[in-house]
Design a protein around this ligand. Structure first.
Ligand code: AMP
Ligand code: TRP
Length: 334
């Protein structure tokens, strides 16, 4: 192997990829793929922490893989695969679970929010989810994990687990660093701008998918929740809706917040929402064109994810064997 550093990241096939996923994660993956050894995973085992409809999930997995390619990720250059095709992820997850504490898991913000909604029947998978994420990352001696701001806490946990394991059993894991983009790290819901834009939201108007048709995108922005004072000013506390739109516009066009405020001085929300919608349409147009071609070529997609899983398994199995040995399990001879 060369001396490039290693990147690992993933997206759950739990809905349509949103502009939040794109601006917060996928876009930076694309920029990093030339400088790093990259592992880009469709984290299907994370998606089943909540109940899925099997036929829909299967389709979403393939579509998400095709969207990775459509966003400019090269399956020749990067290792791109499904998490469930590399069993070492589940296996390391168990070994790490045995080195994790109930307290640190139940303190995770995402778990607290999800368990509030689910009540007494909150699934155990949701509690253990960050351990599986740590296993994903640690299997590949990952240096850097490009994610949106919402995953920072999970990444800190992965670091804690790596450090704890290294201290208990001798140096084994690389301790990963987060890589969070300056622009677009936290895109908020269009319907409820104080919570993050999520692909599993029930309200279709709350998120924009990277595959939404231009007229749908325009409509969703026209309906985006703002406030009544009609001024385009960045103010997270008092104007979360408008602030979110400014940030989306900034992430799509590269213009600074200050420039955007100046550009729309004296203009109303109608004009601004139209401009944001158009900027998003232009950003996602090339992805949609690519996706339409790629998704038809099932054989190509299958070849890519099979080769990806083979390459990933090679490194993952080496790390797994090391961990098993250090924890005292008899070495496997098959
Ligand atoms: P998920 O949709 O939870 O599988 O997230 C996949 C990736 O997209 C992770 O790196 C997240 O941090 C990122 N992401 C998800 N939602 C957003 C959002 N609203 N804004 C920015 N990044 C996001
Ligand atoms: N938990 C991440 C999310 O919901 C997805 C994920 C799973 C991930 N494993 C990962 C991201 C490893 C980065 C690295 O966004």
């Amino acid at each position: 192997m060369d001396d490039k550093k290693t990147i690992f990241s993933g997206i759950q096939p739990s809905g349509c990829v949103t502009i939040g996923n794109y601006l917060g994660a996928l876009r930076s993956w694309k920029q990093l793929q030339d400088e790093y050894n990259c592992y880009f995973c469709v984290v299907d085992l994370h998606a089943i922490t909540v109940r899925q409809t099997p036929a829909e999930l299967r389709k979403r997995c393939i579509d998400l893989y095709a969207q990775y390619i459509a966003c400019g990720l090269d399956p020749e250059k990067n290792v791109m695969f499904f998490q469930s095709h590399v069993p070492a992820h589940s296996e390391l997850s168990w070994l790490l679970t045995c080195n994790s504490y109930m307290g640190e898991m139940s303190r995770m913000t995402q778990f607290k929010e999800k368990s509030k909604k689910a009540g007494a029947n909150v699934g155990l998978g949701l509690l253990c989810y960050p351990v599986l994420m740590a296993a994903d990352i640690l299997l590949y001696n990952t240096d850097l994990v490009p994610v949106g701001a919402d995953q920072k806490q999970h990444l800190e946990l992965a670091r804690d687990l790596a450090i704890r394991f290294n201290n208990s059993y001798s140096e084994t894991f690389t301790v990963p660093e987060p890589y969070i983009p300056k622009n677009g790290a936290r895109i908020m819901s269009l319907a409820e701008p104080t919570s993050k834009m999520s692909k599993s939201a029930e309200n279709q108007n709350a998120f924009v998918s990277i595959l939404d048709e231009p007229d749908v995108v325009m409509k969703k922005f026209a309906r985006a929740v703002t406030d009544s004072d009609n001024k385009i000013i960045h103010d997270v506390q008092n104007k979360p809706g408008v602030t979110n739109l400014i940030e989306i516009y900034s992430a799509c066009t590269g213009a600074s917040i200050q420039d955007i405020e100046n550009q729309f001085l004296g203009k109303g929300y109608g004009d601004f929402k139209k401009a944001v919608g158009e900027a998003v349409v232009e950003t996602i147009r090339p992805i949609q064109d690519n996706f339409k071609h790629i998704v038809q070529d099932k054989a190509y997609i299958e070849k890519c994810f099979t080769e990806g899983a083979m390459k990933a398994s090679y490194t993952a199995n080496k790390t797994l064997a090391k961990v098993q040995r250090k924890m005292g399990l008899a070495s496997r001879k098959l």
